[in-house]
Design a protein around this ligand. Structure first.
Ligand code: HEC
Length: 197
């Protein structure tokens, strides 16, 4: 009891309840000082020096990554700056075939012979997104994520060269009439005159 009597009292009272004016515990006080120092260091590093990644920077960085990864269809199809040239030599076609039929890439949905399974038949004259080389390359690059086909372009999964090799292999399968192809869906597939050569 003696200890408490020596302790000064706070100068207020409510309904007969009084309060001791105890010192704050050491551990609490040091914790408090630590948060002040930490706060100042954080402020200096993140806001004044700008070397830390504040939320705004993280957001900007993620947006940049997403832009590269999911470059929009429009940006790709209207990309007239580059001139795509179909590859026809056996080496590049063979490379394209290797990619198309390897590592769970295209064949899982379009079949090894391009006849179509989950994805449409790639060997006939009926196309959803266009049969020009540009369109085929664009299809591979931006994919159709809402239909299950991922984007492969912009060096996320495949280099530009690999995309062109695959597109050229796809083009080389045109008119091969594989057995039991996926039926044409007239609601979305339109007959196109084949111009790629
Ligand atoms: C998970 C399944 C899946 C995989 C893997 C896949 N695709 Fe597709 N692909 C589809 C579907 C589904 C469509 C139809 C999209 C639509 O309906 O708009 C499609 C559409 C296409 C088209 C456009 C066809 C058209 O009629 O216009 C091309 C070209 C194509 N894919 C090529 C490829 C290539 C090349 C690969 C490998 C790099 C590949 N796909 C991998 C499912 C897949």
């Amino acid at each position: 009891m003696a200890k408490y009597q020596e302790t000064p009292m706070e100068n207020h009272e409510a309904d007969g309840i009084k309060e001791f004016d105890n010192n704050l515990p050491r551990w609490w006080l040091y914790g408090f000082y630590f948060t002040i120092i930490f706060g100042i260091a954080y402020l200096v590093q993140y806001h004044f020096m700008g070397s830390g990644n504040v939320m705004k920077d993280e957001y900007a960085q993620e947006m940049k990554e997403a832009e590269v990864k999911y470059k929009l269809a429009a940006a790709n199809t209207s990309n007239t700056a580059r001139k795509l040239v179909l590859l026809t030599d056996p080496t590049n076609i063979a490379e394209g075939k290797k990619l198309f039929t390897g590592a769970n890439l295209c064949y899982t949905c379009h079949r090894e012979d391009g006849g179509g399974l989950v994805g449409p038949n790639l060997t006939d004259d009926y196309w959803i997104h266009g049969s020009s080389l540009d369109s085929i390359v664009a299809s591979i690059e931006h994919g159709y994520p809402d239909k299950g086909m991922l984007p492969y372009g912009n060096n996320t999964k495949l280099s530009d060269k690999e995309v062109l090799q695959i597109a050229s292999f796809v083009a080389s399968m045109h008119g091969t009439n594989p057995p039991n192809p996926k039926p044409i869906d007239p609601a979305v597939e339109k007959k196109e005159e084949w111009k790629v050569q």
